[in-house]
Design a protein around this ligand. Structure first.
Ligand code: GN1
Ligand code: MG
Length: 372
């Protein structure tokens, strides 16, 4: 990797002022390869940047992908600057190559892009206190609010039907039929679980089609570890991983946050007895999210918040199962059953959400009353 990294950075204007010191990998994502690259300037000060190899099996059109990201980051940076914010810490900035391109490509190493590294910050995979989750909610709520007047028609659908759960269901059925990996007999209970909930798959898509839910600019990958927190204040500073910013539903963003962050276990926990929905975390997320985005949400969007948590968890579990059946061609896996384990965790969480659904609805009703 050292040689690849050196080649990539030699195509960026770093060597004018900086000496390369080294790099390390960040391996929490399932799609791209991410590295922090460190440089030293003439005064001995360290400067870090984020370098990512774009997974073009997932993002088939890197030009459109980067156009979306440039559009969104420029828009956000302008707003942040107007509010006297620090555009280097509160927003991702695409660093251009020596040729002025938003990514570097060569046949040997593929497509690479570079971002500012948010200084004095950290990301987390687990919630230590409900207040921290509320901060994450505020970050995503604010992100959505800031993009409310973004020209949605300028965005490419870089992965069409990304959160169209019905289309995900059809992909899953196809994977069952094809059984490309020959693993079908090892996941029959999971296949039944997914099939039994088919009616849920079309609910949000149908509401969108009928114009009963508004299309918005959404993040679409609102995992907790896509929020950067300030090392000193522990407040959320910036939302990262803008690859899937596309037209979507606010409910996708809310639901996916709950799926990952309000689970009492990791996304790939093997001991399913550890998996459950933490109602306290759910309550704090609803509160934080509504405090930032609530005023722009419709009544129906708010009413569907509990359902969206179930749907996004179901959809993600089904995507892991589909990939397991297809032979692990999409998500990075660390061992052969990884996608099946991830699927089981998601489905255990769906089952727990179903048990707690009335309580979740009561929480949303109470939080809705607070903001009125
Ligand atoms: C992928 O790369 P990462 O970990 O941020 C996936 C998301 C899934 C998530 C599940 C482009 O996100 O949709 O929810 O894994 N991203 C893409 O952990 O498919
Ligand atoms: Mg991602």
């Amino acid at each position: 990797m050292e040689q690849a990294i050196k080649t990539i950075i030699s195509n960026y204007p770093f060597n004018e002022n900086y000496d390369y010191i080294g790099h390390y990998a960040i391996d929490s994502g399932h799609i791209n390869d991410t590295f922090v690259v460190e440089f030293e300037d003439k005064l001995g000060e360290i400067h870090s940047y984020l370098l990512q190899k774009i997974n073009t099996n997932v993002f088939k059109n890197p030009v459109q992908l980067m156009e979306n990201i440039l559009g969104v980051t420029d828009f956000l940076c302008k707003k942040i600057a107007q509010q006297d914010g620090d555009t280097n810490r509160e927003c991702l900035n695409v660093i251009r190559t020596k040729n002025g391109e938003p990514f570097f490509y060569c046949e040997k190493y593929g497509h690479w892009r570079c971002y500012n590294y948010i200084s004095n910050s950290y990301a987390i995979d687990f919630i230590s206190a409900p207040e921290v989750f509320m901060n994450a909610a505020k970050a995503f709520g604010k992100f959505q609010n800031m993009l409310a007047d973004f020209p949605i028609e300028t965005l490419y659908d870089t992965i069409p039907n990304f959160h169209n759960t019905l289309s995900r269901y059809n992909d899953f059925i196809k994977a069952v039929e094809l059984n490309l990996s020959g693993r079908l007999d090892t996941c029959l209970p999971e296949v039944e679980f997914a099939k039994a909930r088919k009616d849920d798959a079309g609910v949000l898509v149908n509401l969108l089609e009928k114009g009963r839910l508004p299309l918005r600019v959404t993040h679409n990958d609102t995992k907790l570890n896509n929020v950067m927190f300030d090392k000193a204040t522990h407040e959320s500073i910036c939302v990262v991983d803008l690859d899937t910013v596309m037209p979507g539903l606010s409910l996708y963003d809310f639901g996916d946050s709950i799926r990952f962050g309000a689970n009492t276990a990791a996304e790939d926990e093997k001991d399913l007895s550890k998996v459950s929905l933490d109602l306290k975390l759910f309550e704090f997320y609803v509160r934080g999210y509504l405090s930032e985005a609530g005023s722009s949400l419709t009544e129906r969007e708010i009413n569907y918040l509990p359902f969206s948590a179930k749907l996004m968890t179901y959809e993600c579990g089904m995507r892991f199962l589909t990939d397991y059946l297809n032979g692990d061609t999409y998500f990075r896996v660390h061992y052969p059953e990884h996608n099946l384990i991830r699927c089981r965790t998601q489905f255990a969480l769906v089952a727990d959400i179903e048990e707690k659904f009335d309580e979740m609805k009561a929480i949303v009703a109470a939080e809705k009353a607070r903001i009125k």
